[in-house]
Design a protein around this ligand. Structure first.
Ligand SMILES: *Cc1c(COP(=O)(O)O)cnc(C)c1O
Length: 495
């Protein structure tokens, strides 16, 4: 199967090339040239398989230059115990007759990005061998907290890769900082940058566009790569958990094979929910995909009006992983719904930096409306939802998941649609202890690791092992640099 760019269809790549390269040279994203459709009986067969085998089955449909055994080897490494601390990997928890939660946070960093970032490094490393690339990948990440740690865990000691993470000194929580500075592995580097996330991000972008530096690194045997969610190798593993959730619901008798279900997804960069759309496209019986926004509601406004408008104030919320104004993966949806109109997609993507907005065609809008619903949720509503859920069902959810559950409730009262719905649960509540404790009415002056203990005592829920054991870990990276020193830090790291 070939992959092509969303901005120029004549650019074609094998799956290994698309993964090794990440982003197309024209700035477009790689998408499969054609989509497979579940062969008869495949979904039935998958219901009795464990998660790793379900993931292999789905990935195999899209990666024909990888053997089944290779994919099985990567999936077993990525999702095996104790890397994921739940034997179902992505368990479905039913809380009410029509509502279940798909817990995607049983991996090493307790958030859903692990599902993709535990797989991507294996795919990338193997893609280098398959494409005859002689240089190794040096992954650079600027992080506002969660992605950095998930990328460090994913790339830790993966052959032919190195990873350097920059985090803003004043922009991450105590726990996030400790998670990164205690990272194990022989191929990892972590550095604080004085300033905020934007400073770190700008610094990394500058390194990427510095031709001279690229040449020096090339001469040393490295090329620069990124781990962000535009890489096909990061999106594909996310399709598997939609299929897996469906299989689990059939297996438990909650639904019958062939019944439609809805998914409600807390959305930022549009990667997670796009994987759900692709799962539907290849034959998974999904009714509505409900896109949940916090008050950075650029996507919800787009789904309502067909206008994508990033000209607005950026808000800081208690669901920070959804604080995004430009959702990169939407580009893939626009390409698909326009019937592969690359020129049109390219013109929208050009308008975004130029004018900060674009309006999509009626054809695309019809497509959007036929698959997606949407809604928004404020911080106050998010907290009320956490409290209510805990009181009524004794089920603890994090702030991102609460945004989705709140939006689902509004959707249901607005539409009367009581189709069985899976809320995609993207983080452990222990990752956002301060907001969760506050939501539960616990006003505390504690900070850092003490908050984790407090939430555990207060709720009687055990904190996940990777967070519980942070206290005993030695700090390996304690240096902090100014933004203009970042290139030197990278060169020293690779020396
Ligand atoms: C990244 C993230 C999201 C948003 O997912 P996208 O794929 O960017 O839409 C939601 N919740 C959590 C906890 C996340 O880390």
């Amino acid at each position: 199967m070939q992959y092509r760019s969303t901005r120029d269809k004549s650019i074609k790549m094998t799956s290994a090339q698309a993964i090794a390269q990440g982003l197309s040279r024209d700035g477009g994203l790689f998408v499969p040239e054609s989509f497979p459709f579940f062969p008869t009986g495949m979904l039935e067969r998958m219901t009795v398989l464990p998660y790793v085998e379900r993931a292999v089955t789905i990935m195999k449909l899209f990666l024909d230059d990888f053997t089944e055994n290779e994919l099985r080897d990567y999936a077993a490494k990525a999702y095996g115990y104790p890397n994921f601390d739940h034997r179902d990997v992505a368990p479905v928890v039913k809380t009410a007759e029509h509502t279940s939660f798909l817990e995607l946070w049983h991996g090493p960093t307790c958030a859903f990005k692990d599902v993709a970032l535990q797989m991507l490094p294996h795919l990338l490393s193997a893609s280098l061998d398959k494409t005859g690339e002689t240089k190794d990948a040096c992954v650079l990440v600027a992080t506002s907290g969660d992605t950095g740690k998930a990328a460090l865990e994913g790339f830790c000691d993966v052959p032919r890769t190195k990873i350097m993470v920059f985090y803003p000194e004043d922009g991450v929580s105590d726990v996030q900082k400790l998670q990164m500075t205690t990272q194990q592995g022989g191929n990892v580097g972590v550095a604080a940058v004085t300033g905020n996330f934007d400073d770190a991000q700008t610094g990394v972008k500058k390194i990427f566009s510095d031709e001279k530096m690229r040449e020096r690194l090339n001469a040393r045997g490295y090329f620069l790569s990124s781990a962000n969610s535009i890489n096909w190798g990061r999106l594909l593993p996310q399709m598997a958990y939609y299929v897996s959730a469906y299989c689990d619901m059939v297996k438990s008798g909650d639904i019958a094979m062939g019944d439609n279900i809805n998914f409600c997804v807390p959305t930022g960069n549009f990667g997670n929910i796009l994987a759900g759309y692709y799962a539907k496209k290849i034959g998974l019986p999904i009714g509505r995909l409900i896109c949940a926004s916090n008050c950075n509601d650029v996507l919800t406004e787009f789904i309502e009006t067909g206008v994508y408008n990033r000209n607005r104030a950026f808000m800081t919320t208690i669901s920070p992983s959804m604080d995004i104004l430009v959702s990169s993966n939407l580009e893939r949806l626009l390409f698909d719904l326009s019937g592969g109109d690359d020129a049109r997609v390219a013109s929208y993507m050009k308008a975004l930096p130029d004018e900060g907005r674009y309006t999509v065609s009626g054809e695309i809008m019809n497509g959007v409306k036929s698959h997606f619903s949407c809604g928004r949720c404020s911080d106050a509503e998010t907290k009320a939802t956490i409290r209510e859920m805990y009181k009524k069902e004794h089920y603890l959810i994090d702030t991102h998941t609460a945004v989705a559950y709140n939006v689902l409730q509004s959707y249901r009262s607005k539409t009367g649609d009581m189709t069985k719905t899976v809320v995609v649960s993207t983080a452990s509540p222990f990752k956002f202890c301060d907001s969760v404790l506050e939501a539960l009415g616990e006003n505390t002056t504690l900070s850092g690791l003490d908050l984790i203990d407090r939430l555990a005592t207060f709720t009687g829920v055990r904190a996940p092992e990777p967070l519980r054991t942070l206290r005993g870990k030695a700090v390996r990276f304690s240096e902090s640099f100014s933004k203009d020193k970042m290139p030197d830090v990278v060169e020293q790291f690779l020396a």
